[in-house]
Write a new protein. Structure first.
Lengths: 555, 491, 424
């Protein structure tokens, strides 16, 4: 059902003719197909509903006015920036899609190490601007092509440098946020016009209403500006690169090193990570390349670091005995970057790494010490510019068996999860046979260590419907292991409780029936009450998990 | 107190944990601040979370204001004196168990009545320590200290603004009790969670709302926390502190920014001579003496090493920080006139003796503190001195403490104004100065993130939108407005 | 291939935004991070390569239709090929540019074109030139005093092919003339196709007019063969790509060189000596069709093959065409060889250069979009502090000459041959 002329014209009056469209062809490009991107539900081949219009605002004021119209006429809305994830797309038939790509500014306060960013300022651009002035940014594991603001405010934002810089949410300072009811919330010191430097308070922090362990994926309005904490960058003002596409590399001099550290067992691997939590040595730490799978990672590395490399090379490369040795060496591995602020600092950090390896029986992978490989991995992990390699195998991937919690917990399940995946690889053809164990994730998802967030990668073909369906079945089964080990929160079928498989929102009754069974149902009931307070017409879809308090039995 | 009330409260906490003795009640009516309070009608001392929940439910039914208190007296911020009549004090100091210590995850779970001394001793046995606020009171509740986000000495480990508190068990003002943080996603039973190797590490959440932030800096207006998990540090095997003297605070600015940027050191703060003298001096006379000996301004830099090559780490950082000092025209010293680094370190991390150190000089004090950025501190300092002179307050008595926080993106700026509470003239003077200075600091851009007493009105008058949202939060979590009624201007 | 044959690719696109930005690792500022002029100007997702993949799915499924808006969206693509290069940073199995052009062909086959394209195609049909208002009869006027053989009348192996822009534009003719004299001076024996010199029709291909392209290309191919041409030298990047990639696909087996390649070679061999100082700071604009689209065609025939259950490959391996073997160093070598010239690079260069805006027929069909695209580049050039922007393509030069940056300022635009001439 198209928007009435009056409504369309009212919206057009807010943003201008050029910045709104109701053309069917245009609207079709604002539907998400979960297998063709980062769905974290499904996967499925369905398309999310068709929006009634797509609108491109430029300011918080425009968004506030858009919300005014939507509230008046009961129209659902959702905003997105890069549209990589299903989360940014609408979930109902009477809804408009907001595209925030016109809002992309970055302003930096060098001394106090923060940047004020708008939604479409992606990690790469914020980092590039920060590096000019000796600063850096926490770029989450999703990569630098994603919106810094969206990640930090509205999703998880664990990343390779979270161990030294904190999770995205830990890096939030003041925020400007248009709530669904049209109120403009300015948090912390911003609210009183004192500046962007503090995002907390006054008193209890309003920011807590809109962002918890993860954000609400656009279901409580739109964050229009955010101050993010920046961190020191002891490197050059411009990231120097060399080499041919796609194998760009960087040489950052003697005060940066990137190592692939390997261990003889899970136990040694976990113990080493424990050490790194305790010594402030790691600048960046991630188990990155294992996403290619235990059987294939070293070979894939050879392909992606060769400008002439192609996936077909896998068949010959896997027969190379030296590469096989390197691959085996990396069985229990992860990558780190150490960065020295001074020569002494670098010397200490190098020695600290050696010490930890000694204590845990670990070693540095030889192949990854070769200059080409080293410089490739260093650039990769510094900029996180290759995250679309998640999809390289077949065009689609899902992260399942999420391991959120402590690293010691993670290793308990690693082989069991790997075995299950390996079984599927060997007995069915739906998923790529990368070798079972394919967990990828940050050494720590939060600052200082302690909480990890890992995904087991499963790669499938988005064009092959059987592959999509089989993968979905595989993930269904993973949920049992997930429950058995009580992982959480919300890491197996990440978003299957916020959106139907066909892309549509859940009803309140459906959500009630899910969350009334939660171990602590009031967690969801409070979210319901918050939604009532700031989104009384319930216009932002169902990513915010809510439980009607009336459904909870009083004891 | 009505008999019916007495009977209901006795049923919940037991007769031995209920008092309406006037002498005892009067001690809760005032504190060391300039806030005026009212005498409560009863004090209850619950022994466990179930009793706390029962009390809150009772308060909702009977519409009785509750004021939670965890630390021993005296208090100094006005947050624990009842603002409305017929309040009941919930004294949680008797709930003082250290529930669990987990070395692997460096976590400790404590009840509200646990003090710093008690906790640090227990942690030391496991090779750990807790980052501390500056020389807390001996009977200061650790849980209150972290809930109120008192500034810690190591800003570089303040990844989350809320460090070191992680998860909590909280009963909100509506009587519902949940765990916050990752603990809220599991069974509502710690033993079960531990069996699943969950150690209550991740603070945000449990889901898409940060329930911890509903009670943080809240002065008990949203709910009561009955346990909190805390992220601990390793107990250093080597720990040192160096002092960097300067004539003016602004002389230390470049040095401080550079040390923070380099991520060196584990403690960093700046004080003027008056503040440092108060910290170090055991007697009023000694404080007066130190005020003449110490440099005008001192930055204190702590360096420590623990399990990974501590000597190399400490030695390297000593030299590197010294280089930074030299580059910024400063000296990096083991000692200055009047103080050694070791003394400053020892005093700053250990709890105060029986008397709170801020009371030593004149018996009373009033702090004014807020958040700003380091480069803005000079204008506030200048303004405070001007106001003090105008008010006839001795400028050399003003203590100034600058504590970088949140990995250096802002600072806690604190003015300490000692006064003699027994001298009515002085009290009047200090009250006038406190009110005027509080307003002026806000005008200049100081942000009262923790808005005690009059700061709540000042801050929220400047920020109408936040006030509206705060009211919404109150309506959700304390719909009958029984939790520390009147605080944060929420009437 | 038809549009439907690209369906697997459409569905294998992972919406990663690689088509919209320069390679993420190359980003050094916010201002010059994006690299798709189409979505840069129009903003809607539809205009990006990902949007086009999704639009195609909708068109094939019958949900979207070729109305005016969609027709304009489809044709508002300069075919610069950056999306293709950007995608191939992390993907190995999508041919993004091919799809975009196929989508245009789909529109053309269904009778959907833009008003501005009509005079271009009409002129091509009538006068064998894609510049409206130009006549076949005048095509070789620019070369009349240059003493080049007519290769149908005299034996010769090297054909100088100016292309429509250099042939007809009076400002640009001088550059072509200079290029010829330069090469002749270095001893190169040049000829032309004379009356058989016609538009390469490369732009027709970029615009999705496949029939017109094939007709023109086949005719030209036969002419080259009949004239015994062994080497084509062209100063026009559009023609360069047309010959090197598209004609080669049709079976042409003739060496194709851009003037800059030849001049670079001659400088290195000492046959061109640059002795006069040209004290100037310049920045070099990589034309799309010389740079990332300047790679040679590699014949391939094969099939899709899945390994490891689902890993998608080709057997035998397909050529990648990710832009790395384009012509980037030759022009830079030339600039470095000119005494006094100081080369400063823009942020978007080489395989991730920003488009001039003229490609895909957009300078005629979407003049505002085209001018905006050029203005963006002038902003970037001015940001380097350079005195002039140098390029090696007449379409680029022409589009830049009248463009202004975001502050309304222009920049001097030079063809690289003009600079070389100044140094001799």
């Amino acid at each position: 059902m198209a928007l009435s002329r009056e409504i369309y014209q009212a919206l057009e009056a807010i943003v201008g003719k050029r910045n709104i469209s109701e053309n069917i062809g245009v609207l079709e490009t604002y539907r998400n197909i979960p297998a063709q991107g980062s769905g974290h539900y499904g996967p499925s081949e369905h398309w999310t509903p068709l929006p009634q219009a797509v609108i491109l605002p430029k300011t918080a004021e425009e968004i506030k006015n858009i919300f005014g119209i939507c509230n008046k006429y009961g129209i659902e809305f959702k905003a997105s920036t890069t549209f990589w994830s299903a989360m940014g797309y609408i979930g109902g038939d009477n809804a408009i899609q907001m595209d925030l790509r016109r809002m992309k500014s970055v302003e930096i306060d060098v001394k106090n190490m923060c940047a004020v960013v708008e939604p479409f300022a992606i990690g790469a651009t914020v980092q590039a601007e920060a590096m000019k002035v000796g600063l850096n940014l926490n770029i989450p594991g999703v990569g630098c092509s994603a919106s810094t603001l969206a990640n930090f405010s509205s999703w998880i934002a664990f990343g390779p440098n979270s161990i030294s810089m904190g999770q995205g949410s830990e890096n939030i300072l003041g925020m400007e946020w248009v709530l669904p009811n049209g109120e403009v919330m300015r948090t912390g010191s911003l609210g009183s016009g004192d500046g962007w430097f503090c995002g907390e308070g006054p008193g209890p922090s309003q920011r807590g209403l809109v962002r918890g362990i993860f954000g609400n994926a656009g279901s409580t309005g739109v964050c229009t500006k955010m101050a993010v904490r920046l961190h020191p960058w002891p490197g050059p003002a411009k990231l120097p690169t060399y080499g041919d596409a796609p194998s760009y590399k960087t040489d950052l001099g003697d005060n940066f090193k990137c190592y692939t550290l390997c261990y003889p067992s899970w136990e040694a691997w976990a113990r080493s990570i424990q050490y790194f939590y305790e010594c402030d040595v790691v600048y960046s730490g991630h188990r990155q390349f294992n996403m290619f799978g235990r059987d294939l990672k070293a070979f894939m590395l050879k392909i992606i670091t060769n400008p002439d490399g192609q996936l077909a090379d896998l068949e010959t490369l896997v027969q190379d005995p030296e590469l096989q040795k390197q691959n085996a060496s990396m069985k229990f591995d992860y990558q780190i970057i150490i960065a020295g602020y001074t020569k002494r600092d670098m010397e200490y950090k190098e020695k600290a790494v050696d010490y930890i390896l000694e204590q845990t029986g670990g070693w540095k992978n030889e192949m990854m010490l070769e200059k080409d490989m080293h410089d490739y991995a260093l650039l990769y992990l510094t900029r996180m510019g290759h995250k679309n390699l998640n999809f390289v195998m077949c065009g689609a991937y899902e992260g399942t068996f999420g391991l959120s919690g402590n690293v010691w917990k993670a290793i308990q399940v690693a082989e069991e999860a790997a075995a299950r995946k390996k079984y599927w690889e060997q007995n069915y053809t739906h998923i790529a046979a990368t070798g079972g164990e394919s967990a990828m994730g940050s050494l720590s998802g939060i600052g200082g260590g302690g909480a990890t967030g890992w995904e087991f990668f499963v790669n499938f073909d988005a064009y092959d419907k059987e592959s999509i369906r089989g993968t979905s079945k595989f993930i269904d089964g993973n949920q049992e292991i997930h429950n058995k080990y009580a992982f959480g929160p919300d890491f197996c079928r990440w978003n299957s409780d916020v959106r139907h498989m066909n892309g549509y929102n859940y009803t309140q009754e459906e959500h009630d029936s899910m969350f009334v069974k939660a171990p602590q149902p009031w967690v969801y009931a409070y979210q319901y009450k918050i939604r009532e307070a700031v989104n009384p017409n319930n216009l932002c879809g169902t990513y915010l998990r809510t439980l009607n308090p009336d459904k909870i039995e009083t004891k | 107190m009505l008999e019916s009330m007495k009977s209901e409260l006795t049923k919940i906490v037991g007769e031995q944990n209920l008092s309406n003795d006037q002498e005892i009640l009067s001690t809760y009516a005032t504190d060391g601040s300039l806030e005026k309070g009212m005498t409560p009608i009863a004090v209850v001392k619950p022994e466990n979370a179930a009793q706390v929940q029962a009390l809150i439910k009772w308060a909702n039914e009977s519409k009785t204001p509750l004021v939670p208190v965890s630390s021993g007296a005296p208090h100094f911020k006005g947050g624990t004196v009842p603002s409305v009549p017929e309040s009941v004090i919930i004294d949680l100091s008797g709930m003082n168990k250290i529930i669990n210590i987990n070395r692997q995850q460096r976590m400790a779970i404590i009840e509200p009545g646990v003090t710093y001394g008690q906790l640090q001793e227990a942690l030391a046995k496991e090779g750990m320590t807790l980052s501390t606020s500056l020389r807390p009171r001996a009977n200061k509740s650790v849980l209150t200290s972290v809930l109120e986000v008192e500034p810690r000495l190591n800003c570089l480990h303040q990844f989350n603004y809320t460090e070191p508190i992680r998860c909590t068990e909280t009963t909100f003002g509506d009587g519902n009790q949940i765990y916050t943080g990752e603990a809220g996603n599991g069974a509502k039973d710690l033993e079960t969670q531990w069996d699943q190797e969950k150690w209550q590490v991740h603070s945000n959440g449990p889901q898409m709302v940060d329930m911890l932030r509903m009670v943080l800096q809240a002065q008990g207006t949203m709910g009561i926390v009955t346990w909190a998990s805390l992220k601990c540090e390793l107990l250093p095997t080597i720990k040192k502190m160096y002092l960097v003297p300067a004539k003016k605070s602004v002389d230390l600015e470049a040095f401080t920014y550079k040390v923070i940027w380099s991520r060196f050191g584990d403690k960093l703060f700046t004080m003027n001579r008056a503040y440092l003298a108060s910290l170090l001096g055991e007697t009023s006379e000694k404080i007066a003496e130190l005020k003449t000996e110490l440099p005008n301004w001192i930055a204190a830099v702590g360096i420590s090493g623990d399990i990974v090559l501590p000597e190399m780490k400490v030695s390297g950082q000593e030299q590197d920080i010294e280089d930074i000092a030299k580059q910024t025209g400063l000296q990096f010293l083991h000692a200055v006139n009047g103080a050694t680094g070791d003394e400053v370190l020892e005093k700053s991390i250990s709890p105060s003796g029986e008397n709170y150190w801020k009371q030593t000089y004149k018996g009373g004090f009033q702090d004014i503190f807020f958040i700003t950025t380091l480069d803005q501190t000079p204008k506030f300092i200048d303004a405070m001195y001007d106001l003090a002179i105008e008010a006839g307050y001795k400028a050399e008595d003003i203590g100034v403490y600058i504590q970088p926080q949140h990995m250096g993106t802002s600072v806690h700026l604190e003015f300490n104004l000692p006064y003699n509470p027994g001298d009515a003239k002085e009290v009047k003077k200090i009250k006038a100065l406190y009110e005027k200075a509080s307003k002026q600091m806000s005008k200049l851009g100081g942000y009262y993130a923790r808005p005690y007493g009059i700061w709540a009105g000042i801050q929220l008058n400047k920020d109408a939108q936040s006030y509206e949202i705060l009211k919404k939060m109150k309506d959700i979590f304390d719909p009958n407005n029984i939790m520390n009624t009147g605080k944060l201007t929420l009437k | 291939m038809a549009l439907i044959d690209y369906r697997p690719m459409m569905e294998r696109c992972s919406t990663c935004a690689g088509c919209k930005f320069i390679p993420f690792e190359k980003i050094t500022s916010l201002r010059f991070a994006e690299n798709c002029p189409s979505i840069g100007y129009y903003d809607f997702m539809t205009y990006s390569a990902r949007g086009r993949f999704q639009l195609s799915q909708s068109l094939l499924d019958g949900r979207a239709v070729l109305d005016d808006t969609i027709t304009e969206a489809i044709h508002s693509c300069t075919s610069c090929g950056y999306c293709d290069t950007g995608c191939k940073i992390t993907r190995y199995n999508l041919e993004v540019l091919e799809h975009n052009i196929e989508q245009k062909a789909y529109a053309v086959e269904n009778g959907k074109m833009l008003e501005g394209q009509k005079p271009v195609m009409e002129n091509l049909a009538k006068e064998n030139s894609m510049i409206p208002g130009t006549k076949k009869a005048n095509r070789m006027d620019w070369a009349k005093d240059l003493n080049m053989k007519d290769l149908f009348k005299e034996k010769g192996e090297v054909a100088f092919f100016a292309g429509c822009k250099y042939s007809y534009d009076p400002k640009l003719q001088k550059v072509a003339q200079s290029a010829v004299k330069l090469l002749q001076g270095a001893g190169v024996d040049l000829g032309t196709l004379g009356a058989a010199d016609n538009c390469c029709t490369g732009r027709a291909h970029q615009m999705g007019f496949f029939k017109e392209f094939e007709k023109g290309a086949t005719t030209n191919l036969k002419a080259f063969q009949a004239a015994g041409v062994k080497t084509i030298i062209t100063p026009c990047s559009d023609c360069y790509h047309a010959f090197k990639r598209q004609y080669a696909k049709l079976g042409m087996d003739i060496e194709v060189l851009h003037v800059v390649e030849y001049v670079d070679r001659l400088i290195q061999e000492g046959k061109i000596k640059l002795t006069k100082s040209v004290p100037m700071t310049v920045t070099y604009h990589d034309p799309c069709h010389l740079g990332r689209l300047g790679e040679a065609y590699v014949p391939w025939e094969g099939r899709e093959k899945k390994i490891y259950n689902q890993i998608h490959t080709w057997e035998p391996k397909r050529p990648r065409y990710n832009g790395i073997y384009g012509i980037y160093d030759a022009p830079r070598n030339i600039l470095k060889a000119i005494p006094g010239v100081n080369l400063v690079e823009m942020e978007r260069i080489r395989e991730y250069s920003w488009c001039c805006g003229a490609g895909g027929g957009c300078s005629e069909s979407n003049p505002e979009f085209s001018a905006w695209t050029a203005g963006e580049r002038v902003t970037e050039a001015n940001a380097t502090g350079a005195d002039a922007m140098v390029t090696a393509c007449p379409w680029c030069k022409d589009n830049f000459v009248n463009a202004v940056d975001e502050d309304g300022k222009k920049i001097e635009v030079l063809d690289i041959i003009e600079l070389v001439q100044q140094a001799m």
